[in-house]
Every structure is written in C-alpha cells, then in structure tokens.
Design a binder for this molecule. Sequence first.
Ligand code: URQ
Ligand code: ZN
Ligand code: ZN
Length: 482
Amino acid sequence: MSLMIRGGTVVTADETRRADVYCEDGTIKAVGEGLEAPAGAEVVDAGGALVMPGGIDPHTHMELPFMGTVTTDDFFTGPAAALAGGTTMIIDFVIPDPEGRPMEAWRDWMQRAAKAPSDYSFHVAITNWNEKIEEDMGVLAREHGVNSFKHFMAYKGAIMLDDEKLLASFARCQELGALCTVHAENGELVWHLQQQLLAQGITGPEGHPQSRPPEVEGEAANRAIRIAQVLNAPIYVVHVSCKEALEAVTRARLEGQRAYGECLVQHLVIDDSVYYQEDAETARAYVMSPPFRPKHHQEALWRGLQSGNLQTTATDHCAFCAPQKAAGKDDFTKIPNGTSGVEDRMSVLWHHGVGSGRLTQNEFVALTSTNAARIFNIYPRKGALQPGADADIVVWDPAKTRTISVETHHQNVDFNIFEGMEVSGAAATTISRGRKLWDGSTLNVEEGTGRYVDRPTFPPVFDAVARMQAIKTARRVERADA
Ligand code: URQ
Ligand code: ZN
Ligand code: ZN
C-alpha cells in the first residue's frame, strides 16, 4: 500500500521545508521535492498545509479502573478521538493492584489495548514493593519494551508509594536503564488537608484545590528529583501544573541532572476558578490532580515550554461522565479524579502557543511528538518525518478554525474540558502507519489495527555502585597522601 502526501510544507522539530512525503507499507520511504508517485499510489493533497510527525500523547488512561469506577474512553474510542485531533500514538499506564504483579497487570492491559486502531505503549506503575515486583520490572524492561515505570506519590491508601518503596523502585529503574516517572504530590499532606477541610464542613468541589495547593506538588517534585539525583536515575515528572514544581525541574536541569517535565495542555488554559462556579456538577467535571491552579501558574508553564525546561505536552486523558463524578457530590474526596482532552491537545497548543507567538511551529512539533519520542527512546521510528520512520503523519491545516464542543467531539464522555473554545489549527488528515484514518471530518478506523510499541531501555549512563566505588577509592588515595 503506497501513499504520497504532495505539495505540503514539512515541519519537523528541526526544520521547515517544502517537500512531498512518500510512504510504502506503513513506512516513510522518501521526503523531498517533486517525488514521483508509482501508479496506484493514494495521493493526499497537502497544498497550503503543513506536514508534521503524528502527535504522541505520553500520558493517557483508557479503560482505567480508578476510584470505584472505570474511565469511559476505551482503547478503541480514545485513540480514535486522538486521531481526529492529529495524535497517532498514546503512551498509557498499566496500574497494577498493590497486591498484584506488574507482569500480570501488563498482560491484562495488553488484552484491553488489542482493540486499538492506532499505536500505543505502556508505562508500568509500581504500586508496592517486594521481590516479585522487582523481578517483574526486569522482565518487563528486558523482554517487553517497558522503559518507564510510574510512581504515584499521592492517592494515599490506594496506589501511593512511600519513600522507602519509591527509592527501591528508582534504584531498580537505574539498574535496568529505565526512566522513573512520578505523579508528584505529597499524599500525606493531601490526606491531612482533606480531613481538615471535611471537618470544617467543606465538602464541595472547591475543597479539591484547597486540599492540594501548589506547595504540595512542589515539595513532592523536589523530593522525587533529589532522590533520583542521589541514585543517578533519570526522572520524568508528569503533569507539572505549577511554578513550584517547575522550579524543581528547572533547578535540576540547570545542575545537569537528567530530569524531564511534562505539561498538560489543560493546565495551560484553565484556572482554579472552575471549582468555584455555581453549578456543582460542572465544577466536579474539572476535578483532576494536580488541580487547576490560579492563573499566574499558566504563565510559568508557558515559560517552561518556551525555555525548554518542560519537554512534552500531554492530556492525562482520564474521562469520567457526570454520573460517575457525582459519587463525590457530598464529599469532594470521592470525586473520581480526571479530565479528558486527547482529541484537542494539538489544536489547543497550536492556537494558544503558535497562534500567540509563544512557540514556533518547530517547537510545536517537538512538544507534541518528537521530544516524547526521544525521551521514551522510540525516535526516529516515531516522532520523525524521515525515511525509515513509521508513517505516522498529520497534515495540519493552520487556518482551519473550529469551536471545541461535546456536541462535536469524538471522545466518549459527556463533557468537554475546553467547551466553547474557538481554536485555529486542526488535523486535515491523520495517517497511522501509512493508513489514512482521519480525513478532516470522518474517522475511518478499524478495531485492532494498532500495534504495541516496544520502548528499549537506555544504556546505563553511569552505574551508581561504580560511582560509590570511585568515591571510596578517591578518599583512600587522599588519606594515603595526607
Ligand atoms: O493521577 C493521574 O494521573 C490519574 C489517576 C488521572 N487522574 C488525574 O486526576 N490526573
Ligand atoms: Zn497523575
Ligand atoms: Zn495520569
């Protein structure tokens, strides 16, 4: 099956140029001007449009059992909606029961994701610590292409890890050449503040942001980053939502530490006023963690993206409908945490980022695709527009305007977090491994045609044990010389 994308302007993280893109059997074969298409090749006219690597959303939760319910987008509807927005790959999360085994959980999630219409991969959460979990991490890393393990520092009594277990898992990640990723909120402080607020009779959604102020995130982000620093483990902080957490990532990077930060597009454009609106049902729809913040944090996050201190954008797509959110109508701690957005991430970032002049088109590609591919070690198979790369491509129409709404979105949820937002920039065509699955108005998706993407581990940059030996030797030499 061959496909020619003709007449567009190719935009990658590194360059912008007029070029055609020729794909065959799901792989990019050639990128250049005036390419000849073989007879029978499908041709996509990209005249006047931009041709970019398909988006990668490194943080989603399809079909996730969480807080007594299950997210409403499954591994078919969620990735399908993502394709309509220009995203061709998701990295989702295997979240084992703390009493279970990561290996079994991974198999369970692989079965769920078999229905996906586009490519996917999994971070695996470590929700407890014992020898079997340590063993499973090795099998997952060496045999199943898992190079990132997630650690929840919040959600006390559920999937939260204490420092002892978090540290043991970080050390194992370092040994395996895998990334430590963290949900950085101090779960003990959240719990304490929740109890205090409930005791004061604050039970509505406005209690949610008050129970997890920015300092709670900043403390945990700094703690996780410092632990990773001592263990010489690479760390990726998911959904950095506030200045305090961004400062922790920025300081680490300035000191040369291998630390990365992710930003949700929702946190760039929505602030904490949403929790104080009259309509409690709508306010509950915005409950996610970390919560939406006072407006000044948005400017800090934009600066984080512009300065390169935040490397990826994601959505943490974790969709719950109003009846599910109503579980917490009398107690905000029981509102299932999560919002959606996998379909609108790229349009929202294009409109508010490139449209405002904050981001160049090349930075947009880096932030929506290439950086995630590089960080999670699947570049240039993914996140690139060059011969040999998977033909995951979005033909982007910068002039196309639309109003985001639950009435028109493809997400399987009864609320759109960006409802009514008018945006410019949309996917005119989305191509997944050479198959045209979105044409600007219609999805042409088939269950089970997506593939699991192996992500190889990284060669250990420096072995912590070797480093300790080096320090001891140096000290012995100093003493001998003294
Ligand atoms: O914490 C997460 O990332 C998951 C459970 C989604 N929910 C959320 O509020 N972010
Ligand atoms: Zn999280
Ligand atoms: Zn998440």
